[in-house]
Design a protein around this ligand. Structure first.
Ligand SMILES: NC(=O)c1ccc[n+]([C@@H]2O[C@H](COP(=O)([O-])OP(=O)(O)OC[C@H]3O[C@@H](n4cnc5c(N)ncnc54)[C@H](OP(=O)(O)O)[C@@H]3O)[C@@H](O)[C@H]2O)c1
Length: 177
């Protein structure tokens, strides 16, 4: 008796990228799509969804999600949709997706001497650069833990920071986190 050889396709790696509307986040989207990953870019404006779709017309490589990292309810929705997409990929017999990485690129810099900067600005920087990253990581850790139980490299959270955190500039206090 002979048995047909069954090929098992490894899951397609997936990545969620915040701050995907511009700069480093958008470049990460381009780079991951070029590498054949499935990318879940998170943006605040519907117009940015259209721009991102143009980067990859095939729904097989890009699923833009609307949300703001500082709005926890919207990020809960983002994680809900992400969870559904990850589950659907496997359930529909399509390419199974494995959440391999999260890139936290949404962020802001602020440069002003202490005496001339407002506490509101400090709070805004901490909301976006610190608390939003903690909140998003908290929401995504269960999915990353799930991924860690399947074969493949350990999933990662990559936080885009700044060299200013190590090399403080005289007027760059708010960024030195
Ligand atoms: N580029 C550099 O040379 C450099 C150097 C050091 C550190 N960094 C840090 O690296 C990160 C990315 O830099 P970048 O150059 O790519 O910046 P960027 O082009 O200004 O992009 C920032 C991204 O973060 C999003 N964002 C900003 N504030 C937000 C908020 N309150 N809620 C949700 N999203 C918000 C923006 O979304 P919207 O378009 O919706 O505003 C945008 O997608 C930032 O944290 C920056 O401080 C960059």
């Amino acid at each position: 008796m002979t048995f047909a050889k069954r090929t098992v396709c490894p899951p397609q790696p997936a990545v969620l990228v915040t701050g995907a509307s511009s700069g480093i986040g958008k470049d990460c989207v381009r780079a991951f799509v070029a590498k054949g990953w499935h990318v879940f870019p998170v943006v605040r404006r519907p117009a940015d969804v259209d721009t991102l779709r143009a980067l990859c017309p095939s729904a097989a490589c890009l699923t833009p999600l609307l949300g703001s990292v500082t709005d926890e309810a919207s990020m809960e929705e983002v994680v809900k949709k992400l969870t559904q997409c990850l589950a659907q990929g496997a359930a529909q017999g399509g390419a199974a997706l494995r959440l391999q990485a999260v890139v936290a690129s949404a962020g802001m810099g602020a440069f002003a001497p202490l005496e001339l900067s407002s506490l509101e600005l400090w709070r805004e920087v901490f909301e976006v650069n610190v608390f939003a990253v903690a909140s998003m990581s908290r929401l995504l850790l269960p999915l990353l833990r799930d991924a860690a139980t399947s074969p493949g490299p350990a999933p990662r959270i990559i936080v885009v920071g700044s060299a200013a955190g190590r090399l403080p500039a005289a007027i760059g206090k708010q960024l030195c986190l």
